[in-house]
Design a protein around this ligand. Structure first.
Ligand code: MG
Length: 374
């Protein structure tokens, strides 16, 4: 796509490049190729069978990690285009942003981290994503991993948080002291916007959240719902709900564009280097909308994520991951041979963690049944 880039956008011709030099493609630039490599990776396909919030016990209509990822990419592309940012890079970063997530959603991540801490290590999904694209994906004869450009690898690490250079000497090449480009900064916020609105939708459809509850807890939603009821008095409740929800999403995405533009202007940013040396992240919501988003997140924690209805899956996640982790630590000979070989170079706990983190919900259930009984 031909796009006119803002002066503070990342330009593909200025990329710091790949680890292994490759010939240019005749009609796809390097960020487009990175996006395509992510889409064609096995880890990307596995997102389909990883829980976002709801397992398939509820409905096939609900989001999984893959459809969540596609929604983030959609919102991020729209916002990036309005800001004159590099849409190809944004799309690659959005599509790869959750690739390091283990099975069982947030509960799985917590369980895997606790298992690792018992061995003096920890689990971090951004760092795991980097291991996937650098090492675990084996598609090409010339190198291991996907050989992604520096900017995509940097965004994988830095899109949602800063890492301390003293604690992570292995990440030094990613310029830990400086902010990531705006293309990466956008991913974290569009992720938040995407899941807040999607989880309200799925939570309502699952009947774990009622319209009254959402109306009472979230004034911004209540205002739009009132408008929808007045405009479409005869429409089904779910359609009125949809009308309200899409206005909330539009309001937040619009605010992200306007507020980021204002910040860019106020900080006088004219190059990517200006973005990097800026003391704070520039992409973000205005204080008023940030407050709405936080309120929505808290509402979802209280009424959905911590609800007793979702307890069985959380208990499963903790129990299954803990039991399998323990089993493979005690009997590493039961790991696939490729993982046993890796354990000669890295701590066994790290290798067991890598193996579990890559699994889909379906596969980990199968493994648990095979080794631990039901
Ligand atoms: Mg996400």
């Amino acid at each position: 796509m031909i796009q006119s880039l803002a002066p503070y956008a990342v330009r593909v011709e200025n990329s710091r490049g790949r680890r292994h030099v490759e010939q240019q493609h005749p009609y796809r630039n390097d960020f487009q190729r990175d996006r395509d490599r992510v889409i064609h990776s096995r880890a990307f396909r596995r997102l389909e069978a990883k829980t976002q919030v709801f397992t398939r016990r509820y409905s096939d209509h609900f989001r999984n990690r893959l459809t969540h990822t596609i929604e983030v990419a959609q919102i991020a592309r729209t916002v990036a285009a309005q800001l004159g940012l590099n849409v190809d890079l944004v799309e690659a970063l959005a599509l790869v942003h959750d690739i390091g997530h283990p099975p069982f959603g947030h509960a799985g991540e917590k369980a895997l981290d606790s298992a690792m801490r018992q061995h003096g290590l920890f689990f971090d999904h951004n760092l795991h994503a980097l291991r996937i694209v650098e090492d675990f994906e084996t598609r090409y004869a010339a190198f291991r991993g996907l050989n992604l450009t520096f900017e995509v690898r940097e965004g994988i690490i830095k899109h949602s948080r800063d890492y301390d250079a003293a604690e992570h000497p292995e990440l030094t090449e990613y310029l830990l002291g400086s902010r990531p480009p705006l293309e990466a900064q956008l991913i974290d916020i569009t992720d938040e916007i995407a899941y807040a609105s999607a989880d309200l939708d799925d939570g309502y459809e699952a009947r774990l959240l009622t319209l009254e509850q959402i109306r009472e807890g979230l004034p911004v939603f209540a205002g739009f719902l009132r408008e929808a009821e007045e405009r479409y008095p005869d429409a089904a409740e779910k359609l009125q709900f949809n009308e309200a929800l899409r206005r909330v999403l539009d309001r937040w995405a619009g605010d992200l564009i306007r507020n980021t533009q204002q910040h860019i202007k106020a900080a006088g940013l004219t190059t990517v280097e200006d973005v990097r040396v800026c003391g704070t992240r520039i992409a973000g919501l205005s204080p008023e909308i940030e407050q709405e988003r936080r309120q929505t997140k808290e509402f979802l924690y209280q009424n959905l994520y911590f609800s007793s209805a979702l307890e069985p899956e959380k208990d499963d996640a903790e129990r299954i991951i803990a039991e399998l982790f323990d089993l493979w630590m005690k009997q590493p000979e039961k790991l696939p041979s490729s993982y046993q070989e890796k354990a000669e170079q890295e701590p066994l706990a790290r290798i067991v963690c890598d193996y579990i983190a890559g699994m889909t919900d379906n596969y980990i259930y199968e493994q648990h049944e095979k080794y631990c009984g039901v």
